[in-house]
Design a protein around this ligand. Structure first.
Ligand code: NDP
Ligand code: DGY
Length: 313
């Protein structure tokens, strides 16, 4: 059976595919995204497709693949790049990589939150550019987590650092929230009462543009906003306005629209906005495990067997 990989993936995944004796692999042999024309060509006649979150898998790709396609395995937990309605219509199975990247993403989210709240990039810059003249009582002061209220939109696993209250919102209350004394509250309560807001929900039609002018206007002026979900959950013009008007204190973003964010983007001119290049799951070991899981998902789907992580939709 023929499979097409839209990118080079870590060797943990390549090894599984090349030694399984199940499929013949062809790939876009690069670390950069596959051009659309190459994707449409490469997928032709494939039984399996292993893709990344930067590949838009829509009706055009599925039509180009043709009727052989049995399984799509994405090397990501997010699946907003997949046209699930079209995939379902064609009876194609989908594998993804939940759980294995949760810890790495939670670590990065906390690191981003602290870097933003405690102004680390500004501090590093001042050391390099000679702005560090002496120890000064209020210079580079920020906001601490201790004693604060943290609000999480889409509760995942976050290290609470002795925070006073951990609020979360979503569609349903979570039993595991009890482990971190999480209180399930309406979104408005979370937005207005939190000192730190962490967005870690999936991108869906309901969450698209969720963090907009009205959202930011309900936040405390001293609150710090962090997004490690998907860029499109945030209206970036409204965020820029909130950051420059003093409506909110600071923002840390691991995800943006578009990606990469153009280097002349207004958000990059702000000292109170820290932008990272979508590195939530970027540890060597996590990416290796994701690659192996996506390869095993692909093999399971090709052979009509159980997939270790199959998306139900
Ligand atoms: P899960 O599916 O476990 O969690 C999704 C969360 O989104 C749930 O808590 C869910 O809450 C919440 N959610 C869904 N719809 C809404 C809504 N309308 N309003 C509020 N909350 C909502 O996925 P993960 O936690 O593993 O990952 C979440 C997302 O984070 C991924 O989809 C991906 O986009 C992003 N991600 C980014 C990474 C990075 O590198 N920056 C790394 C990993 C993930 P409920 O169950 O109550 O609906
Ligand atoms: C995902 O898996 O959805 C992340 O955005 C990248 O690991």
């Amino acid at each position: 059976m023929k499979v097409f990989l839209t990118r080079r993936i870590p060797q943990e995944g390549m090894k599984i595919l090349s030694t399984g004796g199940v499929c013949e692999v062809s790939l876009w042999d690069s670390d950069e995204p596959v051009p659309r024309a190459e994707l449409l060509k490469g997928v032709q006649g494939a039984h399996g497709l292993l893709c990344l979150l930067s590949d838009k898998i829509d009706a055009e790709v599925l039509d180009a693949a043709g009727p052989n396609l049995k399984v799509i395995s994405t090397l990501s937990v997010g699946y907003d790049h997949l046209a699930l309605d079209e995939i379902k219509k064609r009876g194609i199975r989908v594998g993804y990589t939940p759980d294995v990247l949760t810890d790495a993403t939670a670590e990065l989210t906390v690191a981003l939150l602290l870097a933003t709240a405690r102004r680390l990039p500004e501090g590093v810059e001042e050391v390099k550019n000679g702005g560090w003249s002496s120890w000064k009582p209020l210079w580079l002061c920020g906001y601490g987590l201790s004693g604060s209220t943290v609000g999480v939109i889409g509760l995942g696993r976050i290290v609470p650092f002795g925070v006073k209250r951990l609020l979360y919102s979503g569609r349903t209350a979570k039993a595991y929230a009890a482990e971190v004394n999480g209180e399930f509250v309406p979104m408005d309560t979370l937005v207005s009462e939190s000192d730190f807001i962490v967005v870690s929900c999936s991108l869906t039609p309901e969450t698209q543009g969720l963090c907009d002018k009205a959202f930011f206007s309900k936040m405390k002026n001293t609150a710090v906003f962090v997004n490690s979900s998907r860029g499109a959950v945030v209206n970036q013009e409204d965020l820029y306005e909130a950051l420059t008007s003093g409506q909110i204190a600071a923002a840390g973003l691991d995800v943006t629209t578009p990606e990469p964010l153009p280097t002349n983007h207004p958000l990059l001119t702000l000292k109170n906005c820290v932008v990272l290049p979508h590195i939530g799951s970027a540890t060597y070991s996590t990416r290796g495990i994701m690659a192996a899981l996506s390869a095993n998902n692909l093999l399971g789907g090709l052979q009509g067997k159980d997939m270790p992580s199959e998306l139900t939709f």
